[in-house]
Design a protein around this ligand. Sequence first.
Ligand code: FAD
Ligand code: SF4
Ligand code: SF4
Length: 502
Amino acid sequence: MAERMLQFVRLQQAQPEKRKAAQRTGDFGEIYREFVAEAASAQASRCSQCGVPFCSVHCPLNNDIPDWLKLTAEGRLEEAYEVSSATNTFPEICGRICPQDRLCEGNCVIEKGFESVTIGSVEKFITDTAWANGWVKPPTPRVELPHSIGIIGAGPAGLAVAERLRTRGWQVHVYDRYDRVGGLLIYGIPNFKLEKEVVLRRWESFQQGGIHFHLNCRVGEDVTLAELRAKHDAVFIGTGVYRARDIAVPGASLAGIVPALDYLTTSNRQNLGDAVPAFDSGALNAKGKRVVVIGGGDTAMDCVRTAVRQGAASVTCLYRRDKANMPGSMREVHHAEEEGVRFEWLAAPEAFIGGDHVEGVRAVRMHLGLPDATGRQAVTQIEGSGFTAPCDLAIKALGFDPEDLPAMFGEKALTVSRWGTLKVNHRSFMTDLPGVFAGGDIVRGASLVVWAIRDGRDAADQIDAYVRALAEAPTPRGQGEAHGMRERGETFGARERVTAAE
Ligand code: FAD
Ligand code: SF4
Ligand code: SF4
């Protein structure tokens, strides 16, 4: 066991074993194997224990990375888990899917010259070990408090709020239109990045801790926001962004052209064992097809790699800029290249061609010009450079915008930015509706899991303070003293409200 730190001068960086492309494309399992304890300890010992740890500064959760690396190097894994879970609701998930190359690891000071400490893999190892040893406990409070909080959306933002508020004793109710908990963790992100068991075991643990889930419940249809506000003392909105950006080119309505999230959700459901007619019929199944994915972000990379695993005849990715300017994580692009995906850089679609069904994407080559006022290089078409990529399935992965939430929830007082994201006070996380808070993608626009967790944790602190202030506020005459009511568990009728919500 490594007992000293600063081993980067002696020890090379090593990630857990990555399965060979030929093997991993035959199934949907995660591509990295787990560290063995000795390897995790040795890799953690490479950390130089910086006085000002840039890794932590650039982690959205400001995780105490040097501390848990040192504890791991010393084999004190239970303590490492305590430190790591103190700032992160889902360390094992972030360890798997954060773009570490842009966050913690990309800013590790030994990166230049020695290659960074493998922070993400060690974080995953610590929490997976904690699960294996029964150290991960449900969010059970020491004292039950009567007030209740309604959370709309069981994605990472909503779940982070739920866990933190439940631990503090509040009655927590989560509403989601889906039949499973996790949001994009369960139906967006594919298994080869995040196996679903990792999400499902958290769901079970949260239920054991007393968080109430109301699934198949679409707020705006099955229940209104006004009803939830009447039922709960505070409400958090974490509904994410789901309106797929479209391509307005000739032929865009042909059969066989599908939005990325429909395709990925179908694949995830099929892997979870659900009956999925759109997969069985072949409409959302790449098997034997020539697939073209349009876009250059992480969603596009998830689509190309899913298509490879479904047995596509060929998979091509069209992106209008070059590789260096792709918004997706370079690590994911590298995995896709290893798995046989063909990239057409600097190529933009002009039209879809075919009879009733798509048969090809006509594209044109692009040129990267000088940077514009935003610093981004302008793209211009190269005359006469058109070409056609044959295809039987075209997947549009051009990003997401928010749905019209004020209209969906029938609450005009919910104000939105010019991008349609919910406006909140950035200190209090409260929207323009008193007692209604929001965070995650619905506020930031399409972002990252780790930012959704950060928002959820910060918003939970604000909601906690808000509800405590409510509990301590003098109540109208005739309704009893607030403190007395709290002792009896009856403040503001919260007990009745909880029962009604169940
Ligand atoms: P979501 O995860 O979207 O959850 C929102 C929840 O709200 C959903 O469960 C939804 O059903 C529910 N909901 C919506 N409307 C209603 C309603 N009216 N009533 C009830 N419930 C409702 N990030 C990373 O960090 N790493 C990655 O590798 C990564 N890969 C990604 C791959 C894909 C394909 C996509 C689409 C995104 C990816 N992201 C990744 C981004 C990440 O998933 C999101 O930033 C994150 O999930 C946002 O969390 P959230 O809680 O705000 O919203
Ligand atoms: Fe790195 Fe993400 Fe973990 Fe932070 S949460 S340490 S950014 S992997
Ligand atoms: Fe350790 Fe790198 Fe963080 Fe420094 S920046 S504390 S070397 S992980």
